[in-house]
Write a protein that binds this ligand. Structure first.
Ligand code: GLA
Length: 337
């Protein structure tokens, strides 16, 4: 064996290579994470989502004033490293600046709000045309309850339900090659999944340019069952559009578990988490024909939004790398098969 061959055969296969024939594996990052995680990101992930830097209040904090510094930096980083960029997100009821729904101390009219959304989407999507390959055009627009269909956000209350199709149209006008997604959580819950199904079906019937549904995938070690996730995938797949898992993490706490005092996860938690990740990725591989991307919401357990949710200031360990940036059993269960 030549030295080169030995090196090749001993080089460990990383996540993105292992899944090359399946789907891009992504992670959500910010600028600090680029420095901190270095080659862990570039070795393992072939796609990135900007954690917050493209959200409305970050990128367009004041009327007529955009702030592209951070988003530019992250997009350039991704392109330099030959990664895909998922755009996240154009219309969401959170992370909105105060000025958006306000006009001279009155609630903005439907017409003015539509103009503002159009201008925002045209500017942001237009700026990253050819660089960002897909967009979460609308995020979390479906209500969680069985009674209401749409979430009653200011967008919905001021404009009416057609704000959704308008947002897709504006995004398509700005970049006709971009893949356009509706992103939401709890697609594993029957009634929510049905509402998403109905909405997307209606949009497609009206020729609204929508290409996929994003399933956020914020799970925990008890929930949801693989069967429930499978049912969600199958139902959405009937629409003949793409599915992406867009924000995956697996908390070590069941949702009802509000303990605050754990300094370390128990070994049982870690085992169950590794099993959950393993089973989940096995399922995703099974549906590779319809799943076109899987993104984790972070890289390592030193930094996660779950350190403040659902219990403020509580540590969680939801990702594939531990706090010392070593691969966890969860990582191995996703890669060893
Ligand atoms: C939602 C949003 C994401 C992110 C996560 C966790 O799911 O879509 O952008 O903010 O919550 O914080």
């Amino acid at each position: 064996m030549k030295v080169d061959d030995i090196e090749k055969s001993s080089k460990k296969v990383c996540l993105k290579d292992k899944y090359r024939a399946y789907f891009p594996i992504g992670t959500a990052i910010n600028s600090e994470m680029i420095e901190r995680y270095g080659s862990i990101i570039t070795d393992n992930f072939s796609s990135i989502t900007l954690e917050n830097e493209m959200k409305f209040s970050k990128i367009h904090p004041f009327e007529g004033e955009y702030s592209f510094e951070e988003s530019d930096r992250l997009v350039e980083y991704a392109l330099d490293n030959k990664m895909f960029v998922r755009g996240h997100t154009l219309v969401w009821h959170e992370s909105v600046p105060d000025w958006l729904f306000n006009d001279n101390n009155h609630i903005v009219t439907r017409e003015l709000l539509l103009d503002r959304i159009k201008e925002h989407i045209h500017t942001v999507v237009g700026k990253y045309k050819g660089k960002v390959y897909c967009w979460d055009v609308v995020n979390e627009v479906i209500d969680d309850s069985e009674e209401l269909f749409y979430r009653h956000t200011p967008y919905y209350k001021i404009i009416g339900e057609d704000y959704i199709e308008k947002a897709f149209q504006y995004a398509h006008e700005a970049d006709s090659d971009a893949l356009l997604f509706l992103n939401d959580y709890n697609v594993c819950i029957g009634h929510k999944c049905e509402k998403i199904y109905k909405l997307v079906k209606r949009l497609k019937e009206k020729d609204v340019p929508i290409h996929g549904v994003g399933l956020q995938g914020h799970y925990n070690i008890n929930y949801p069952s693989i069967d429930a996730i499978r049912k969600g995938i199958e139902r959405i797949a009937e629409l003949g559009i793409q599915i992406q898992f867009t924000e995956m993490d697996i908390s070590v706490y069941g949702y009802e578990d509000r303990r605050k005092d754990l300094l370390m996860p128990t070994s049982e938690m870690m085992e169950r988490q590794a099993e959950s990740y393993g089973r989940l990725f096995e399922l995703l591989r099974e549906y590779k024909d319809v799943i076109t991307g899987v993104t984790l919401w972070g890289v390592a357990d030193d930094y996660s939004w779950l350190h403040d949710f659902p219990v403020e200031g509580r540590k969680d360990w939801p990702l594939l790398f531990d706090e010392s940036l070593c691969e966890k059993d969860a990582y191995n269960s996703v890669i060893d098969w």
